[in-house]
Design a protein around this ligand. Structure first.
Ligand code: SAH
Length: 195
């Protein structure tokens, strides 16, 4: 089997893993009432970009080979690196879902009895779930040997992240006040100790 095919199969398994991790949380979240929603057109646009770049477009590529002209020869080492990064992404994704629990939302929302989570991965970074999206994008860039499809995931992640992060932190500050302020002081956004 060619390195390119191994990369594509690994990517498909990764996306399936992503959904298997997310599904139970999505179901559970439906049962917790939302007390304040900041869902906006911009946020939905960011989400759509992330979904397109990290899932829909690469799935279309795996199924059809389009856009073939942007393909480049796959290297076994790149596929191996991609597998490690994607696995790390899924691990961070799972850890952050478990930690955030009933406070999770697909968009910017405050739920009934919302608690400020600051344990597990949240002890180091404020947005580990977005870190996992970044890692998925990076993993995708190594797994799919196509310039356009490879980079689409990182671009989708960046759009979601930069359109959302300020608003999310402002919302958390409004709700949790000085508690969130001290939390900001001792954590980074998505890369431990760096950013
Ligand atoms: N940005 C976080 C969470 C993504 S889910 C991450 O990347 O891990 C988005 C929802 O999580 C937001 O609507 C907000 O209500 C909630 N949230 C974000 N940070 C939180 C925290 N530290 N504690 C509790 N809820 C949080």
């Amino acid at each position: 089997m060619s390195a390119a095919s191994v990369g594509q199969i690994a990517w498909v398994l990764g996306v399936v893993g992503w959904y298997v991790i997310r599904y139970p949380f999505e179901r559970r979240a439906k049962r917790v009432r939302v007390v304040s929603s900041r869902r906006s057109g911009t946020d939905v646009f960011g989400l759509a970009c992330a979904l397109f770049g990290l899932a829909i477009f690469p799935a279309f590529y795996v199924a059809t080979g389009f856009p073939k002209s942007a393909d480049y020869p796959a290297h076994a080492w790149a596929i191996a690196v991609g597998i490690v990064i994607y696995a790390a992404a899924l691990w961070v994704f799972r850890r952050s879902h478990k930690e955030l629990g009933r406070n999770w939302s697909i968009t910017l929302e405050i739920r009934q009895k919302h608690e400020l989570v600051s344990g597990g991965p949240y002890a180091l970074i404020r947005h580990p779930m977005y870190t996992s999206f970044m890692l998925m994008g990076l993993g995708q860039a190594f797994l799919l040997s196509n310039w356009i499809v490879g980079l689409a995931g990182l671009i989708g992640f960046a759009l979601l992240f930069f359109l959302r992060v300020d608003k999310e932190e402002r919302m958390m500050l409004e709700i949790f006040g000085s508690q969130y302020l001290t939390y900001i002081e001792r954590t980074k956004r998505i890369i431990p100790y760096l950013y």
